[in-house]
Unconditional design. Structure first.
Length: 394
């Protein structure tokens, strides 16, 4: 049976997703094009050999419409005979791109494929693809959930209430994320994955949202981000403890991984870095919405034939601190193995780029720490989650 291996992984620094952000002046197509050029350049492959390019992007409208991945490949100057497509599984879009790419390699449909993602939240704000007055859900969903679906921030509050997660726990978790990310930058642990971006204001080399001086007492002064009288009446168990400080920020960024079969890697002289050992995707309650990481973890371990104790490192996307803390409670994973170089609360969460951003960070962390197995999982809007198990090869 064929396998699928990662031979290269890169990402841009993460800029703040606001008009003054470090990457706000860069068109999302150009941001992804830069990442693709870096990926191809570092791997040394002939881009004409790529069978497909699969990219994640959530708000596919405006400057991110019209199959952004295809135009990023063309903007990068690569052969127009290579196809590309853009997919949306919400926050897990580029992790799903990895799954599709690897499954294509394993099946024999591909020999060499790029999985990638981009989101420019400064230029295409969240929910830009839902114009005011439109209903993206339809009457059937309204009938099934007559009290109405809820925003992710309310879901994060419900998770905190259900798992009895305190504001102090969430702020402490967020502080750890920033401190780990700051230390990783200071120690050069991101150097192998980063693709610095040239802008009119200079070269962007680091993740803009990392705050080395963050402390629990600082975060304790922030107001709840999602407090709402109507939701307070509907969900009296919420104590309103989710803040901007213990949630991921909005960001700009792009990321990409190069995937091949072992035979193709050997033929092209490429060094396999990690094998894509197992995949899972699952649905969960669309109200709690963000808890899919729990069943997805169980499912991917079962499919991979592994136990939790076999996993040396974890990347669990820090959409909200409450999500990861609930996952830790349910799985019993060692917190010291989770997001060892910081997570999205510190590094940022450019939606469509986050899946392959986490994977680039995870592959490098596996090599730095000598890990054999690693697991990545992400919660996604609508009650979805992806999970992937990697096995280090070098």
């Amino acid at each position: 049976m064929r396998d699928a291996v990662i031979v290269e992984a890169v990402r841009t620094p993460m800029g703040r997703g606001r008009p003054t952000g470090a990457l706000a002046g860069v068109h999302p197509v150009e941001l992804l094009a830069h990442t693709l050029r870096t990926l191809v350049g570092r791997s040394g492959i002939d881009p004409a050999l790529v069978d497909d390019v699969i990219g994640g992007c959530v708000d596919q409208v405006g400057e991110q419409a019209m199959n952004t991945t295809r135009y990023a490949w063309l903007s990068a100057g690569f052969p127009d005979a290579v196809p590309a497509t853009t997919i949306d599984r919400q926050c897990g879009s580029s992790q799903q791109a990895v799954h599709f790419a690897a499954q294509g390699v394993i099946s024999g449909a591909y020999d060499l494929v790029v999985a990638c993602g981009v989101e420019s939240m400064s230029r295409v704000p969240m929910w830009s693809n839902v114009p005011p007055g439109t209903d993206p859900f339809g009457p059937g969903v309204a009938a099934r959930y007559p009290e109405g679906l809820i925003p992710q921030g309310i879901s994060a509050e419900l998770i905190a209430a259900k798992w009895s997660i305190s504001r102090e726990q969430m702020d402490a978790f967020a502080t750890t994320s920033h401190r780990r990310a700051a230390r990783a930058h200071a120690d050069g642990l991101f150097a192998a994955e980063l693709a610095p971006v040239e802008t009119d204001a200079g070269t962007v080399t680091g993740d803009e949202s990392v705050r080395p001086d963050t402390a629990p007492e600082v975060l304790a002064g922030l107001r709840p981000a999602f407090a709402d009288p109507a939701f307070a009446e509907r969900f009296p168990q919420i104590d309103w403890s989710v803040t901007a400080g213990n949630s991921s920020p909005v960001n700009d960024g792009a990321s990409a991984v190069l995937i091949a079969s072992s035979e193709t890697a050997a033929r092209l002289g490429l060094r396999p870095r990690a094998r894509l050992h197992g995949f899972a995707v699952t649905g969960s309650d669309p109200l709690l919405m963000l808890t899919g990481v729990i069943p997805a973890t169980e499912k991917v371990l079962r499919r991979a034939g592994l136990r939790l104790d076999d996993i040396d490192l974890f990347e669990v996307n820090e959409a909200f601190a409450s999500v990861v803390l609930a996952w830790l409670q349910e799985t019993g994973a060692d917190p010291a193995k989770v997001n060892v170089n910081g997570g999205a609360i510190a590094l940022g969460h450019p939606l469509g780029a986050s899946g392959t951003r986490l994977m680039a960070t995870l592959v490098n962390a596996m090599e730095q720490r000598g890990a054999r197995y690693a697991l990545q999982t992400m919660c996604e809007a609508g009650g979805l989650a992806n999970a992937t198990v990697l096995e280090r090869l070098s």
